[in-house]
Design a protein around this ligand. Structure first.
Ligand SMILES: *Cc1c(COP(=O)(O)O)cnc(C)c1O
Length: 347
C-alpha cells in the first residue's frame, strides 16, 4: 500500500485496526442496540463505566457526539458553559453547542491549556436577572491544542470546589484521558470522580477505528441515551465496532507509555535543531508542538519538505506544527524523523 511507506505524525487518529482487532470485530456477538440487545456494546459500556467509576456508560460514534450529548443532557437552552479558549468543543465541534443545545460558550484563556479555579470563579455569573445562568464548566484532559498537557488533580479539585459552591456542573472532555492516566499513574476513576459526565475516545491513541464512550450517573445516562437518539447516534448491530473498543482497552492502554517516550525522544531531538523552538514543558504525553523560528519559512513549507521525505504532518498555525505519536509509529521512525528534520533545516 502506497500510504504505508509514510511515517504518519498527523494525528493519533490515523492508526489502522490490527489483525487481532479485526478478528475481534469479525467474531463479535451482536444485537439491535437501540433495543438494548447488543451484548458486546453492553460489555463495553460496563467496562468503561467501571474504569471511570461511574454508574453507567453509553457508546457513541464520535468524541464530538459524546461531548455534545453530555452538554445537551446537563444544560437547558440559554445556559452558559465555561471552557478553555483553545478547547476542542470551542474550536473543532462546528459550533454544535449553539446549534444543537442553544448554549452560549464563555471561553477563558488557560496557561498551556490549563484553567485555574480563581479564573473560573471570576467568570461564573452572579444570580442577576440580566445574566445567562452559568450551568457547566468543561475541562479538557489532556489538552489537545496545548500539546497534550495534563491537568493535575489539585487543579481539578479546586475547580470542582468552586463549581460545587456555585451549583455549576462539570464535564470532562477526556478524549485522551487514557494518556493523562498512563503518564501520571493516576487512575481514570480518580480523574473522573470530579465530573458529572466524562467522554473518552477509543479512536485516538487506543487505535480503534470508531467510537467514544460517555459515562455518568444512571439518571444522566438515561437522558444521554435519549439525546444520542435525537442527534442520530442510535446504532443497531454496533457490537462489531464495540468489539474493537474492548480490544483497544484490553491491549492498547498501557502501551501509550511508548508513545509518550517516543514523543519525548522526538521533542528532545528536534529542540536541538537551530531554527526550531519547542516548549519542552508542554511535552507531557504523545504530542510535540514546534515553532519555526525563521520568519521566511512557514508550516506549509515544512509540511511539503517532510512529505518529500516520507513524513506526513499538518500545520498547526502559520509557523507551528503538531506532531503526534501513536501505535503505528515506532522508535526507529522517530530517529528517522529527527534525521529528516536535520536535513531540512541544516542541509
Ligand atoms: C478528537 C477529540 C474529540 C472528538 O473528536 P471526534 O473526531 O469527533 O471523535 C474531542 N475532544 C478532544 C480533545 C479531541 O482531541
Amino acid at each position: 500500500m502506497e500510504q504505508r511507506r509514510f511515517i504518519d505524525l498527523r494525528s493519533d487518529t490515523v492508526t489502522r485496526p490490527s489483525k487481532e482487532m479485526r478478528k475481534a470485530i469479525a467474531e463479535a456477538e451482536v444485537g439491535d442496540d437501540v433495543f438494548g440487545d447488543d451484548p458486546t456494546v453492553i460489555k463495553l459500556e460496563e467496562m468503561v463505566a467501571f474504569l471511570l467509576g461511574k454508574q453507567k456508560a453509553l457508546f457513541v460514534p464520535s468524541g464530538t457526539m459524546g461531548n455534545q450529548v453530555c452538554l445537551r443532557s446537563l444544560t437547558n437552552p440559554g445556559d452558559e458553559v465555561i471552557l478553555e479558549v483553545n478547547s476542542h468543543i470551542y474550536n473543532y465541534e462546528v459550533g454544535a453547542p449553539a446549534a444543537l443545545s442553544g448554549l452560549q460558550l464563555h471561553p477563558i484563556k488557560g496557561e498551556k491549556g490549563i484553567m485555574k479555579a480563581e479564573q473560573i470563579l471570576e467568570e461564573i455569573r452572579p444570580d442577576n436577572i440580566h445574566h445567562p445562568p452559568t450551568a457547566l464548566v468543561v475541562i479538557e484532559n489532556t489538552h489537545n491544542r496545548a500539546g497534550g498537557t495534563i491537568y493535575s488533580l489539585e487543579v481539578i479539585e479546586k475547580i470542582y470546589e468552586v463549581a460545587r459552591k456555585c451549583n455549576v456542573k462539570m464535564h470532562l472532555d477526556g478524549a485522551r484521558l487514557w494518556n493523562a492516566s498512563v503518564a501520571t499513574g493516576i487512575p481514570l476513576n480518580m480523574y473522573a470522580s470530579y465530573f458529572d459526565s466524562v467522554s473518552v475516545c477509543l479512536s485516538k491513541g487506543l487505535g480503534a477505528p470508531i467510537g467514544s464512550v460517555v459515562a455518568g450517573s444512571t439518571e444522566f445516562i438515561k437522558k444521554a441515551r435519549k439525546n444520542r437518539k435525537m442527534f442520530g447516534g442510535g446504532m443497531r448491530q454496533v457490537g462489531i465496532i464495540a468489539a474493537a473498543g474492548i480490544y483497544a482497552i484490553e491491549h492498547n492502554v498501557n502501551r501509550l507509555a511508548e508513545d509518550h517516550k517516543n514523543a519525548r525522544l522526538l521533542a528532545e531531538g528536534l529542540s536541538k535543531i537551530s531554527g526550531i523552538y519547542i516548549d519542552m514543558e508542554t511535552v507531557q504525553t504523545n504530542m510535540v508542538i514546534l515553532e519555526i523560528k525563521d520568519k521566511e519559512k512557514d508550516a506549509e513549507w515544512l509540511v511539503g519538505r517532510l512529505k518529500e521525505n516520507g513524513i506526513l504532518s499538518i500545520p498547526f498555525g502559520k509557523r507551528k506544527m503538531r506532531l503526534v505519536t501513536h501505535l503505528d509509529v515506532n522508535t526507529e521512525d522517530i530517529h528517522q524523523t529527527i534525521e529528516v528534520f536535520k536535513r531540512v533545516f541544516e542541509g
